[in-house]
Design a protein. Structure first.
Length: 85
């Protein structure tokens, strides 16, 4: 699915950025009126990828500061925070 999303996004916004190492967490393309399309990742999947090499708490902290908190300009990917009960 990663390759299909990457191809779709390249057609819509060739300047869109991707989060290195999080290919398994890429879930789609986000669109908003009059704005460039962006890559969107599942936050929980990103943390699980990081947690392979560190504790869950360390992975969550690392993700929030270094991944989700990294602004790389208007083509920076989005991260979906699912709200569950």
């Amino acid at each position: 699915m990663y390759e299909e999303i990457k191809i779709q996004l390249a057609d819509e916004n060739p300047d869109a950025l991707f989060a290195d190492g999080f290919e398994e967490a890429l879930i789609g393309v986000a669109r908003r009126c009059s704005q460039p399309s962006l890559a969107i990742y599942d936050r929980e999947k990103c943390i699980k990828i990081l947690a392979k090499d560190m504790s869950y708490e360390e992975a969550e902290e690392y993700f929030e500061f270094n991944v989700s908190g990294a602004w790389m300009g208007p083509n920076t990917p989005l991260f979906l925070y699912r709200i569950t009960e």
